[in-house]
Design a protein around this ligand. Structure first.
Ligand code: SAM
Length: 238
């Protein structure tokens, strides 16, 4: 599955109900208000920043969606860039943005359009889970490249599938090849996008973190069959 195919699905999801498609909280379908949505992002960022103290400077929010966390980062950093593969998500992010130091960039490639060593803080949340491991691992290497020495990278990724937590639908979705699922979904729900969840076994994630110091780890779930880990890491200062 390539970036273009994934991007097409996120275009459709962003055109449908962008705030709910990035934060699918039960009961919030069609009813997130921007105030609640961005307050939710601020709370989540505050929780993340209890684990790490990034140096001042620029921050990157990869897979920023509608800017839930990007705007929150805008209150803490000099400058913030939100990157996303979906134009429809970014259109809504720009429309709702209230922070002059926050900007949004569309990126449909498997690398990052940013110079090396630029960011003090790189954050990616509930995004690497929506792409094949090879692509996610490539982005992880890119995060390390664009971090400045002493900079902090925080990312969440599913690492383990737990059958007993998956339920019937989750188990079927886990077994059926993704291309077949996509074809079925588009036959049944015309014009509605689809997002998958992929995981990366923990040893592979750790291998990709070579050169980074792991400060702490937080285990989440299992949720809909996946156990996730949030890694709090630092690029050594020299
Ligand atoms: C579940 S949403 C999370 C949004 C945001 N991180 C948040 O927590 O509010 C996942 C986002 O990742 C974006 N995305 C998926 N694949 C991507 C890729 N290859 N590059 C950049 N963004 C991507 C989607 O368009 C979507 O906006």
């Amino acid at each position: 599955m390539d970036v273009q195919t994934l991007g097409n699905e996120w275009e459709l999801l962003g055109a449908d109900d962008p705030m709910w498609r990035v934060a699918s909280v039960p009961g919030k379908r069609g009813s997130w208000t921007p105030e609640e949505f961005f307050a939710n992002g601020r709370e989540q960022l505050d929780a993340i920043l209890t684990h790490v103290s990034p140096p001042p400077g620029e921050a990157l929010d990869f897979g920023c969606g509608v800017g839930r966390l990007t705007q929150a980062l805008g209150a803490k950093f000099d400058k913030v860039t939100g990157i996303d593969v979906s134009e429809s998500m970014l259109k809504e992010a720009k429309r709702l943005n209230s922070k002059p130091n926050v900007s949004f960039v569309l990126n449909k490639s498997d690398g990052l359009p940013c110079e090396s060593g630029r960011f003090s803080f790189v954050l990616t949340h509930i995004t690497l889970q929506h792409m094949p491991p090879k692509l996610a691992l490539g982005y992880l290497r890119e995060f390390v490249r664009v971090l400045k020495p002493g900079g902090i990278l925080v990312f969440q990724v599913p690492t383990k599938w737990v059958w007993r937590n998956a339920g019937f639908r989750g188990s079927i979705e886990h077994i059926v090849p993704k291309r077949l699922l996509l074809a079925y979904h588009h036959l049944r729900y015309r014009g509605v996008g689809f997002s998958w969840v992929w995981g990366i076994p923990e040893p592979k994630v750790r291998e990709a973190l070579t050169g980074l110091e792991i400060l702490s780890e937080e285990r989440i779930g299992p949720f809909k069959g996946w156990l996730s880990v949030t890694f709090y890491t630092r690029k050594p200062a020299s």
